[in-house]
Design a binder for this molecule. Structure first.
Ligand code: FBP
Length: 544
């Protein structure tokens, strides 16, 4: 691999660990846990892993266990810091016992099913320290979902003498990790499963998981780009920029980027859902801001649009939910030869209300709503061009508005993939390394069905607290692919939380003024206030 000068310098970075993890540790066992909702149903489905106690690690003396052969899987979308989870895991395993080994399953969960893995030895791990991407072993979205597949995983692990798996993933992958942990316990397979919270979307969080890794870096990359665009807009004064930002469901990324860059408009899907705003209403609100700014002679601006917006507009949400059930239960749909036949077939099966909404949508947009779901049943919202739809509708609205005398020229952008493999910020580099280290300690303590956590992350890393939370504690029942399933509850933007309240208190000013902030690129070297700052979301959430 040819390395850039920055990569070479960055490979020497030593991630900061919580003080409590620096040397030997002791396991502190806390209270028994309960699921956040649907307790009886979750307890029944996870008889072996339900109600486990919370655990934390403090400086002390942990006894070294049996020799550990650990397999690691990177699952789902890439997120900056995955390589540091692996390096933290590797270093701690070796510190516990030099004979411990780490294996990396290739291409995500598929590697577990195909018995495809590599030995992650010291030279390989060193090549990837503090780098972005998941390319050390690759990732994938396969869901391991039936007993035959679970048995295959057991057989492959036993064949290779692997006694623990670390699954690095988002809410769906960690739900899958919990299902595997339960099955392995039931079968007395002797294989532990530990999860690590990953996703740039930031929606895997709760009172223990303060943030998912990758969110910090991805938002810093997008905010740099948004800032650059705002400076361009403010210089040329001729374009409105409609910027869709990744984040399949929740709007954490849009909110964080708004707090960092102060755009003219930022849509927060959770608010749209709460006030049951229609597409037309949203278009009307954007057009009003465009007009106000045009009256001041400012025919330019920025609009941030969360990728998941479509699923939060009540009528479209209902339509998508009906489409999910139809697509899951009517395989004949895929065999229809023309788009028109497909559209007619679907229309005939929808409720009257949804059929009306579906018929009113432009062809391209309607088609995007029926694209294949991912293996976990999610709509692939990154393929839905909401930003273009909004530009078309705002243009149309302003064309018909006799009182609009300004100019409206818009550019569309989608920032998603460019943030997912960036070199991790100091925050993500440290956080991920600590998570990997904690996962190793959980395995060494004989735990299974747990997710590694690091708390107090808005403060100095030496005061961070490490531990494990039972995954069943984060679960509730949800409808997926037409069935009720136990899943980790997604954390949406809290409309009563400090980050949203801060945004709400400022957005009127940001709409009409050009109060842009230009954050610039992530800094890896320099003063701590420039390099080590956590996200605005974390700082505001943990503000006392
Ligand atoms: P994860 O939840 O697996 O981390 O993935 C999140 C994400 O980056 C979403 O923001 C986006 O909608 C999706 O992945 C895109 O998926 P793909 O990489 O399969 O196109």
């Amino acid at each position: 691999m040819i390395k850039s000068p920055l990569q070479k310098a960055r490979s020497k970075y030593i991630p900061k660990l919580p003080k409590s993890l620096e040397e030997n540790v002791a396991l502190i066992t806390g209270e028994a846990s309960e699921a956040i909702a649907d307790k009886a149903a979750i307890k029944q489905m996870f008889p072996n892993t339900y109600g486990l106690p919370l655990v934390t690690f403090e400086a002390g003396d942990i006894s070294e266990n049996q020799i550990l052969n650990v397999g690691v899987v990177l699952s789902g979308g890439q997120a900056p810091g995955g390589h540091n989870v692996i390096s933290g895991l590797f270093d701690r395993l070796k510190k516990l016992n030099n004979r411990n080994q780490l294996f990396g399953f290739i291409g995500g969960p598929d590697g577990l099913l195909n018995n495809s893995f590599i030995d992650l030895h010291s030279e390989i791990v060193s090549e990837y320290r503090n780098t972005g991407g998941f390319d050390i072993i690759g990732s994938g979205r396969t869901k391991i979902e039936d007993e035959a597949s679970y048995d295959k995983v057991i057989a492959n692990c036993l064949k290779n003498n692997i006694n623990a798996l670390v699954i690095v993933g988002g809410d769906d992958s960690n739900t899958n990790a919990c299902v595997l942990a339960e099955y392995f316990q039931e079968k007395k397979a002797g294989i532990q499963v530990i999860g690590c919270p990953k996703t740039i979307d930031g929606d895997l969080k709760n009172s223990f998981i303060e943030t998912s890794f990758g969110f910090d870096t991805a938002c810093k990359v997008y905010s740099e780009l948004i800032g650059n665009i705002q400076r361009d807009a403010n210089s040329a004064k001729k374009y409105w920029h409609f910027i869709k930002l990744m984040g399949r469901s929740a709007s954490h990324i849009s909110l964080e980027c708004a707090l960092k860059t102060q755009p003219n408009i930022a849509i927060i899907s959770e608010e749209i859902e709460k006030y049951k705003l229609t597409l037309n209403k949203i278009v009307g609100q954007i057009a009003e801001v465009v007009k106000k700014r045009a009256n001041k002679g400012e025919n330019f601006g920025t609009v941030l649009i969360p990728e998941g917006l479509v699923e939060f507009m009540p009528s479209i949400k209902k339509l998508i939910s009906e489409l999910n059930d139809i697509l899951a239960s009517k395989p004949e749909y895929n065999k229809l030869p023309t788009s028109q036949e497909k559209r007619d077939f679907i229309t005939g099966l929808l409720s009257e209300e949804s059929a009306k909404v579906y018929s009113s949508l432009p062809d391209s947009f309607a088609k995007q709503l029926t694209l294949d779901r991912d293996p976990h049943g999610n709509v692939q919202v990154s393929k839905i061009e909401t930003e273009k739809l909004l530009i078309d509708m705002v243009t149309d609205r302003l064309d018909k508005d006799q009182s609009f005398h300004g100019k409206f020229n818009a550019q569309n952008h989608f920032f998603g993939y460019e943030g997912r493999c960036a070199a991790p910020s100091n925050f993500d580099a440290d956080y991920c390394y600590s998570l990997g280290c904690t996962a190793a300690l959980l395995i060494n303590s004989g735990k299974t069905g747990y997710m590694a956590f690091i708390k107090n992350t808005s403060g100095n890393s030496d005061k961070w607290l490490a531990g494990g939370v039972p995954i069943t504690m984060m679960m509730n029942m949800e409808r997926r692919n037409g069935h009720e399933k136990p899943v980790i509850q997604k954390a949406l933007v809290d409309l009563k939380g400090n980050p949203f309240l801060m945004f709400r208190s400022k957005r009127k000013e940001w709409a009409t003024n050009s109060d842009y902030i230009y954050p610039g690129p992530i800094q890896y070297f320099g003063p701590s206030e420039v390099c080590d700052a956590p996200s605005e979301t974390l700082l505001l959430e943990q503000e006392s």
